[in-house]
Design a protein. Sequence first.
Length: 156
Amino acid sequence: MDIKKARFLPGHYYHVYNHAIAWELLFKDEENYAYFLKRFRDHLDPFVELIVYCLMPNHYHLMIRVKDNIGDGITTDKIVLQAFSNFHNSYSKSINKRYSRKGRLFQSTLCRKNLDTRQYIESAKTYILMNPVEHGFCKSQGEWKYCGMFNENSAA
């Protein structure tokens, strides 16, 4: 299945990620990181649970769990995709206004992988938490302050 087309289903875990266009940065200043998480919460808290996050200067990785109470499979997918679209648009418009820029900020549509086994969930969690080490921003897991666990108990 195409990564960008994995359907959001109630109760399922997903690794979602996106990248800034070209050489742009998603996070130009320190306060952008907290603002990104705030906008995420504003748009997505009713629909998903944030489990693990990693915010890098030009991309992000999140592990989420879609909440059980938001429609059937078809409507759940549409609802969550629209919430992510609203979130990306809101964050982009804020960055554009603050830094006097125009146009898209994110490279593509939301990339998402359905984490359908406990092993896949654990593997994705490790990948997300180790991302700053792999990119050379720190030497060991836990040092990058824009990366961590939100809800450890939910990660299967």
